[in-house]
Design a binder for this molecule. Structure first.
Ligand SMILES: O=P(O)(O)OC[C@H]1O[C@@H](O)[C@@H](O)[C@@H](O)[C@@H]1O
Length: 348
């Protein structure tokens, strides 16, 4: 998994080139804006939808809906764009949605493995398809799958994203890869030190904007799949209306992992420069509340100007930390046997 994480910068460059070669921006800008954009995908392939929505931001002139299931909502029709993303090109939920989109006459854009069932659906519908050279698990190819979606957002004029931006993002992921390289010791390696913070804890991971919430969800999912580890995802302000009460609960009072004193619960807050002023106040107050109750807190700040750069700093770190946490527990980060077994159990 570590080599795949280290390849993130290369994946941004390859994903960008693939999207440009497939003419994504031109093909999407040629039709005028759709009424709504639906991004369909599950697991790691769905994260690009969160990233697209975050780069488009709150001021987006149309709804951007993330769909992580089988059925296209009834309101979706011919004036809408459905973007179907699947690393393998064969996730049943995504294929089901892509097929319904074609049947309803929606515009379709596919992103995923070449020569896959998803490519066949797109090709048969004469829809654009960005074939990216996915190798192994989709989560190890996030940037190959997500970068074309940001190119699509730029094509739809939902975000500013040019070649320079993708190069800056690639450089920032390279920088993270250097700082998190295996030979670098924990005290200067942010990936290892975050893994040490998370170890022996039940992390409650909060985003404070669409940018850092996308990264928070990615961190939680990477903890599950790489480290086979539980985590609770939340975002402010919503988490202040429910999850915050866990600061007073049993997980905050004792360490379920050991007989030693200490606390299981840990609050992990992913900060952003672009927070609603009330969310900023809520974040500061929540962190103080956690401190007052002795709940340990890890605060991480997204760095950069463009939302994609800010997501890259946190996602790059999340990918390393989750892999180092797995390795710290002597767990192989790559296999996901529970998912494989589950798929086998429901296969006809
Ligand atoms: O990413 P695709 O291939 O669409 O598959 C969807 C998801 O399937 C799951 O069961 C896992 O394997 C995920 O890593 C993957 O993202």
């Amino acid at each position: 998994m570590l080599p795949a994480v280290a390849a993130s910068a290369a994946h941004v460059r390859t994903g960008y080139r693939a999207a440009v070669e497939a003419g994504v921006a031109e093909r999407l800008s040629g039709h005028g804006r759709p009424r709504a954009v639906v991004v369909a995908g599950v697991g790691a392939s769905a994260v690009g939808g969160d990233m697209l929505a975050a780069v488009a931001g709150n001021g987006a002139p149309l709804p951007i809906v993330r769909l992580r299931s089988y059925q296209l909502p009834g309101w979706v029709g011919a004036t809408d764009l459905v973007i179907a993303v699947s690393g393998s090109g064969s996730a049943e939920e995504t294929l089901s949605v892509a097929t319904q989109a074609v049947r309803r006459g929606c515009s379709l854009l596919g992103v995923g493995a070449p020569h896959s069932p998803l490519e066949a659906v797109a090709t048969q519908a004469s829809a654009p398809y960005v074939a990216v050279p996915v190798s192994g698990e989709s989560r190890a190819n996030l940037w190959l799958l997500a970068t074309p979606l940001v190119v699509a957002a730029a094509g739809l004029r939902l975000a500013q994203a040019d070649a320079d931006l993708f190069e800056r993002v690639a450089k920032s992921l390279e920088d993270m890869a250097h700082r998190c390289r295996p030979s670098s010791e924990s005290f200067i390696n942010p990936g290892k030190s975050l893994a040490m913070d998370l170890a022996e804890s039940l992390p409650m991971i909060w985003g404070t904007s669409s940018v850092t919430s996308a990264a928070a969800y990615r961190l939680a999912c990477q903890l599950h799949t790489n480290a086979k580890y539980p985590a609770i995802y939340g975002e402010l302000p919503e988490a202040d209306h429910n999850q915050v009460v866990a600061f007073d609960g049993p997980m905050a009072e004792r360490d379920i992992f050991a007989d030693t004193s200490g606390r299981a619960l840990r609050l992990v807050v992913l900060r952003d420069v672009d927070e609603h002023p009330q969310v900023k106040r809520r974040r500061e107050a929540s962190v103080r509340l956690a401190h007052d109750r002795g709940v340990p807190v890890t605060e991480l700040a997204a760095e950069g100007v463009h939302p994609l750069e800010r997501m890259a700093t946190l996602i790059g770190l999340a990918d390393y930390a989750s892999t180092y946490l797995a390795l710290g527990y002597a767990i192989d980060p790559t296999p996901v046997s529970a998912i494989t077994e589950l798929k086998a159990r429901i296969s006809p």
